[in-house]
Design a protein around this ligand. Structure first.
Ligand code: HEC
Length: 76
């Protein structure tokens, strides 16, 4: 699902060299706040930066499945 919806901007399997878009670094960047930040960012987007709004596009369940995938690829 990640590769279907997110990879054209965030890289196949979340491998993406550009830091602000590198979703393997969420835990390192946000620590315990990563879950909250993910939820807010995916729902509301960051339209000014080119991150789309997903609220109403993806069911919440899909969103959380993608988050679970991302948790499995976090760098330490
Ligand atoms: C059209 C391109 C595009 C698509 C598609 C896209 N994103 Fe993004 N996303 C971005 C950009 C650009 C940023 C960086 C915004 C910034 O610089 O603050 C971003 C940032 C993020 C962030 C915050 C990263 C951080 O470290 O602050 C999360 C989380 C995120 N995206 C999740 C997703 C998910 C999940 C999907 C798929 C459902 C997705 N994005 C699809 C362009 C995209």
């Amino acid at each position: 699902m990640f590769n279907q919806y997110c990879s054209h901007c965030h890289g196949p399997d979340a491998v993406q060299g550009e830091r602000p878009r590198d979703l393997r670094r969420l835990t390192r960047r946000y620590g315990d706040g990563a879950t909250q930040m993910f939820y807010t960012t995916v729902n509301n987007g960051r339209m000014d930066k080119g991150m789309p709004v997903w609220k109403g596009v993806l069911p919440e369940e899909t969103m959380w499945r993608i988050y679970t995938f991302l948790q499995s690829v976090q760098v330490q």
